[in-house]
Design a protein around this ligand. Structure first.
Ligand code: SF4
Length: 466
């Protein structure tokens, strides 16, 4: 049997899809190059924006004729669009879908695959219902799944699901539920498995990753404990984490970043707006001044740390004056990266249901472009200051004949060299800079291989952009 996974949404969904792919491979399935050639089609959806939902409806609709022509095909629809309150509507709207599963919980899909496999061949001993979502089962055994497949050097590692906060614009807590952390031994085992598959860097994922471990019993642990445990893994050279929250980013976490050599100096800490009244309406739980003090603390402790943020423009009621404060904050803090999005109301959220979406779309778009233009200039200035410096790059891929990797501060760097640098740490002297990336010349690093690899991108992910 063969499978095909289509993914839309955030890094958490990407990581979920990777894990579903591994669980299917554990069952002996291989990946199909297209949905038409698959026996199991998995759509991993996102509900953060209406555009993402529309894309998923478009995709599943396009697969309907295939499913009707091949009733034995398993068509699965999962991810953030699937929740207790949406399930009855989805079942009515998509009667040809075989199985729905909530985000990070594909057990219903795996059970159905197991059932079909034993119907086809009753002698097949299918895995226990734990599947890949109890990774200690496979990882503790030291098994390497699908060693024939090339795996990326830098991998995602979801360390918790859910979110206990209630930002008024956000659907995530309603779809992904309350916070649930995975125990440290389980995560260490999974990271070891990723390293055995070729990974040298992991990025720990959580909606608010700083809150990792608060729900663990009997012993409460935190992100600093987890970073410390993962740092012990041989072969793992870099550890990152995202996303932080200004209310939860503690001194213990900052100290771990400063102290542990494998933990990279890069913090993604969304501010969302530069105006206190808007932050209050968003229920973010901090003021602009509190945010400023956190950034000052980070920079005092780790001067080289890069800081990325997220900003929403056009939140209900946002005036030009309030938006200007956001621009002022960007200018003042000088973030390395700003991810900016236009507000779009999500039904089921407080803002979506009770706050009029009163900033016209054209104004939202114009504000978005003003943030992008300002940040482009700042990023260029920050990147230009790196010209002439030597940076350590973990080489992740090859693109248009150049090696591509990231600095410890998460800046994208390209360089040319005939030798095989894939997966190696290279020291690169920076020659040129743009707002988005750096170009340089390799001047040292680990011993590269002699030839270029036959490198394939990880085929399990068929990412749609929203
Ligand atoms: S912190 Fe706020 S924006 Fe982030 S996932 Fe939780 S509710 Fe959503």
């Amino acid at each position: 049997m063969r499978y095909y996974i289509w993914t839309v949404g955030c890094q958490m969904n990407v990581a979920d899809s990777e894990r579903i792919g591994r669980a299917l491979q554990d069952r002996g399935l291989s990946e199909a190059p297209s949905a038409e050639q698959a026996d199991v089609i998995v759509l991993n959806t996102c509900s953060v924006r209406q555009a993402a939902e529309d894309k998923a409806y478009g995709k599943v609709g396009s697969l309907r004729p295939l499913k009707l022509a091949r009733p034995d095909l398993i068509l699965a629809f999962g991810g953030c669009m699937v929740a207790e309150d949406t399930l009855p509507m989805l079942r009515r709207r998509l009667p040809y879908v075989d199985v729905f599963f909530p985000p990070s919980e594909p057990q219903a899909l795996l059970d159905l695959v197991d059932q079909r496999m034993s119907e086809r061949d009753p002698t097949i001993d299918t895995p226990s219902s734990d599947g890949c979502l109890a990774p200690t089962v496979t990882a503790a055994s030291g098994a390497i799944v699908s060693p024939h497949r090339p795996f990326p050097v830098a991998r995602w590692l979801p360390v918790m699901t859910g979110c206990n906060r209630r930002c008024t614009y956000c659907i995530v807590p309603f779809r992904r539920g309350r916070e649930v952390s995975r125990p440290i031994p389980e995560l260490v085992a999974e990271a070891r498995r990723l390293v055995a598959e070729g990974a040298r860097e992991v990025t720990l994922l959580g909606q608010i990753v700083d809150r990792y471990g608060r729900d663990l019993r009997p012993e409460r642990r935190d992100l600093a404990d987890l970073l410390e445990a993962l740092s012990e893994i041989d072969g793992l050279v870099r550890i990152r984490f995202l996303t932080s929250h200004p209310r939860d980013f503690t001194d213990r976490i900052l100290d771990a970043v400063a102290r542990l050599p494998k933990v990279c100096e890069h913090i993604n800490i969304p501010v969302q707006a530069g105006d206190d009244a808007i932050l209050k309406a968003m229920w973010r739980g901090y003021t602009v001044d509190v945010y400023r003090r956190i950034v000052a603390r980070i920079r005092e402790r780790i001067p080289s740390c890069s800081i990325a943020t997220d900003i929403i423009v056009g939140f209900p009621g946002e005036t030009e004056e309030q938006f200007q404060r956001t621009l002022d904050l960007i200018e003042e803090i000088r973030f390395d990266v700003v991810h900016v999005a236009m507000y779009s109301p999500r039904p089921g959220t407080l803002a979506g249901d009770q706050m009029p979406d009163d900033v016209p779309r054209a104004v939202k778009k114009e504000r978005l472009h003003r943030v992008e233009a300002l940040q482009e200039r700042i990023s260029l200035e920050i990147n230009q200051a790196l010209i002439g410096t030597e940076q350590e790059i973990l080489v992740e891929d090859e693109e248009h004949g150049k090696w591509k990797g990231r600095t410890r501060t998460n800046k994208l760097v390209f360089f040319s060299d005939p030798r095989n640098w894939l997966g190696k740490l290279a020291v690169v002297r920076i020659d040129r800079a743009s707002p988005w990336s750096l170009q340089g010349t390799v001047v040292g690093g680990e011993e590269p291989g002699p030839a270029r690899p036959r490198w394939q991108p990880l085929p399990v992910l068929n990412l749609a952009r929203v």
